[in-house]
Ligand binder design. Structure first.
Ligand code: TEU
Length: 573
């Protein structure tokens, strides 16, 4: 077990003169483990802890600093584990608490930090708290833990307001009372199997601090906070106006009654206090879909959360002006609160970026996250994905990678309808396929019924083309995506000027309207060409390029040009 509660020590004068080392999380590269789909150790078709443990050496060799494990708690799996039935145990399908402890210890022994996933906005309807709330009836302290209200209309047969669930349909579900009569309604911003907790109830606040402590004491280095912007609701439960979206987006309004209310910040101040009681302190990363970079930065004030995913970068289309503006505004907003930006290109909720970047690019906005428009050019998407990786790894801050992006996996858009599991599919009346296409189990080997994932039939089928994208197929090929990721990650550690730093460590270079280029000291430059023609590079030596033809090239005398949809790191001369 690592870490413990810090003891009070007052620094001697000599110690206080020594500069504090930069905390690991300010520049870490973290690999997201979608446990259901990473590796299957027991051969039942579903990924598990044993699978992760068997692949830890792969992750260490890839060159990441940390892993984030998606929810692994007991769960009916109505939403891929984001419907938690018990926060202090492990789902038997994934393993045991003892195995979780082994994983934590083994990861630490390899120098990897471990971030877990906490789901505080809602529980499963099969959680003991919700079962007790149903049994105890209206007006009970058990019901106070959730958001129960009488219905509207003469018989209370209409939902309390017009809020919509993220997965589709109304955000309210009516219950049958213990005496068999139709009764109150409960709020669920996601699936009906995910009742929202009432964070005005002090019991909820205490219970979550206990849960955090439970995992911190076992060595977890931090938590990713699910729907961090959703915990507090306007208790008057007003109807949503016509122009208030159910998910906050760049086009949304700022005055939402259930997203990003000021009250959430109090909760996180308490969580930060707990994190600081450990030595070294524990760390948080927020998943918060908020109105703009300034609203996100409000979560990162010094007494709140350490980091948050930067989704503005994900939402930006492949367009130089927009990528540069987005990066600059994120850096500025984070600098204002002294927090590092966490760059992201993909996760388990978003169409894989090889596919996103291979589609015709739309204007800024969320359409790109789940877009199905146009035809996909995967070769183009993979070329841009390499360039995008060099861009995000060169910017100051941390980076989150989503499992399989190092293999160049694409979104699987033709899964048979009868296999779709994302609740979005049913809740949208089978109009939106949802997020299963980015959750298909990883290919580890060129052969076998599950391409080395484990067992015979993975829970979602892998495309035939993934044999050629498997780890086995790529690991000894110097031109593969996997080799490119390994090289870029190693160089990010070794090249001076990369990693930590804030927005002031970036000097934007003007190499034309279709180029994103910046300099960091000492003498480093990153250049990304998003235009239709090649771009002349400044004098320098190539450190690494998304175009292998440029690797190890230098502009000795002649010109060096960067082809379209490529990026390069340079030592400026
Ligand atoms: O996602 C929160 C969330 O709002 C996303 O559903 C998002 O709106 C959408 O995917 C935009 O692309 C988190 C988890 O990451 C997700 O997997 C869960 O389904 C959800 O919370 C509920 O817990």
């Amino acid at each position: 077990m690592s870490g413990g509660v810090a003891t009070e020590t007052s620094p001697t004068p000599a110690q206080s003169d020594v500069a504090e080392p930069t905390p690991w999380w300010r520049s870490a590269v973290t690999y997201q483990l979608y446990i259901r789909s990473f590796a299957d150790g027991n051969g039942d078709g579903l990924g598990d802890i044993a699978g992760i443990r068997s692949r830890l050496p792969y992750l260490a060799a890839l060159g990441v600093d940390a892993v984030w494990v998606n929810p692994w708690y007991p769960s009916p799996q109505a939403d891929g584990g984001y419907d938690v039935a018990d926060y202090s145990d492990i789902d038997p399908a994934f393993g045991t608490l003892a195995e979780a402890q082994e994983l934590l210890d083994e990861a630490h022994a390899l120098g990897l930090k471990v971030i877990l996933d906490i789901v505080p906005n809602h529980t499963s309807d099969e959680h003991a708290w919700f079962r007790a709330a149903l049994a105890a009836g209206p007006g009970s302290p058990e019901r106070e833990r959730y958001i129960f209200r009488p219905g509207k209309g003469p018989d209370g047969a209409l939902p309390p307001n017009n809020w919509r669930a993220v997965f589709g349909g109304p955000a309210w579900e009516q219950v049958v009372e213990p005496d068999g009569t139709p009764g109150e309604w409960y709020l669920h911003l996601f699936d009906p199997k995910q009742p929202d907790l009432n964070w005005d109830d002090p019991a909820v606040r205490t219970e979550f601090l206990d849960i955090l402590r439970f995992w911190f004491d076992r060595g977890a280095d931090g938590f990713r906070i699910d729907v961090a912007h959703g915990l507090v609701k306007d208790s008057t439960l007003p109807d949503l106006a016509d122009d208030q979206d159910h998910v906050l987006g760049a086009t949304g309004r700022e005055d939402h009654p259930h997203w990003d209310l000021p009250g959430v910040h109090d909760i996180y101040r308490g969580w930060r206090t707990l994190a600081e009681q450990y030595d070294p302190p524990k760390v948080y990363v927020a998943e918060a879909w908020v109105f703009n970079a300034a609203r996100l930065a409000a979560y990162l004030r010094p007494d709140e959360l350490h980091t948050a995913f930067d989704f503005d970068f994900v939402r930006a289309p492949w367009d130089a002006a927009q990528l540069r503006a987005t990066a600059a505004s994120s850096l500025a907003a984070h600098d204002a609160v002294g927090a590092p930006v966490m760059w992201v290109l993909s996760n388990h909720d978003i169409t894989r970026h090889v596919t996103r970047l291979g589609r015709p690019q739309l204007a800024a906005g969320e359409a790109g996250l789940h877009g199905v428009h146009g035809t996909v050019d995967l070769e183009l998407g993979r070329r841009r994905a390499r360039a995008a990786l060099l861009l995000e790894l060169a910017l100051p801050g941390g980076v989150y990678l989503y499992q399989g992006e190092e293999l160049g996996l694409e979104e699987v858009e033709d899964l048979p309808e009868e296999l779709l599991q994302d609740p979005t599919w049913e809740r949208s009346g089978r109009t939106e396929r949802g997020r299963d296409g980015c959750r298909v189990p990883l290919p580890w080997a060129e052969e076998g019924l599950s391409l080395g994932f484990g067992g015979t039939a993975p829970w979602l089928p892998q495309p035939a083309g993934w044999a050629a994208l498997s780890v086995q197929a790529q690991e000894h090929d110097p031109a593969s995506m996997l080799s490119f990721y390994r090289r870029a990650l190693r160089l990010r550690r070794d090249v001076p000027g990369l990693g930590a730093g804030d927005g002031t460590s970036v000097t934007w270079l003007d190499l034309g309207p279709d180029v994103v280029a910046f300099r960091r000291e000492p003498g480093f430059a990153c250049v990304v060409n998003l235009g239709a023609t090649a771009v002349d590079l400044p004098d320098g030596e190539v450190i690494v390029s998304s175009d292998p033809a440029l690797d190890h090239a230098s502009r000795a005398g002649g010109t060096l040009s960067l082809p379209t949809d490529n990026a390069v790191w340079l030592h400026l001369t």
